[in-house]
Design a protein around this ligand. Structure first.
Ligand code: GDP
Ligand code: MG
Length: 163
């Protein structure tokens, strides 16, 4: 079986765009509307000459425990719990939000190996964006622009090294 990598993060940070960049498909729903991805969504990343791995795109992991949002949260948590590696995606333009803090707290409790992915770093000061998240204390951090396919190969190298 392929190792499983879960994409986790609050709505609208670019999880589905990253999923598409990793799996080279346009299968995942990418939308300006936050919270479009309701279900778990699986694909495979097949980097040339490197270990292949499965990827699961999730909806938001934080928030209410009831209703559709609650169901999405439970799904995302289940996906993260069964994953070999979690990619915690944040928005480099908006910086750390309360919901990011909430997800971080959950990830720390879940104790899954996690790489921080600071996305949307196109056209901004990447160093400053990374600094915004320094207090999260991650050893492994990768800056990406999923929309422009920047940093994706570095991210794949980081993932493969951790699997
Ligand atoms: P999700 O809710 O986390 O799955 O986020 P989506 O992948 O649906 O993306 C939300 C919005 O952010 C869409 O309008 C994307 O086009 C945009 N987006 C995603 N990645 C990037 C990026 O690297 N740079 C920029 N500028 N926009 C991005
Ligand atoms: Mg999505």
């Amino acid at each position: 079986m392929l190792p499983l990598v879960a994409l986790v993060g609050r709505p609208n940070v670019g999880k589905s765009t990253l999923f598409n960049a990793l799996t080279r498909t346009r299968d995942a729903l990418v939308h300006d509307q936050p919270g479009v991805t309701r279900d778990r969504h699986y694909g495979v990343c097949r980097p040339e000459g490197q270990r292949h791995f499965a990827v699961v795109d999730t909806g938001g992991i934080a928030g209410e425990d009831e209703g559709l949002v609650g169901a999405t949260t439970r799904q995302a948590r289940a996906a993260a719990t069964e994953a070999d590696l979690v990619l915690f995606i944040v928005d480099g333009r908006e910086g750390a939000s309360a919901m990011d803090d909430e997800i971080l707290a959950w990830l720390r409790k879940s104790a899954r190996p996690t790489v921080l992915v600071v996305n949307k770093t196109d056209g901004i000061d990447t160093g400053a964006a990374l600094n915004e998240f320094a207090r999260y204390g991650f050893r492994d951090v990768v800056a990406t622009s999923s929309a422009h396919r920047q940093g994706i190969d570095d991210l794949i190298d980081e993932v493969v090294a951790r699997l």
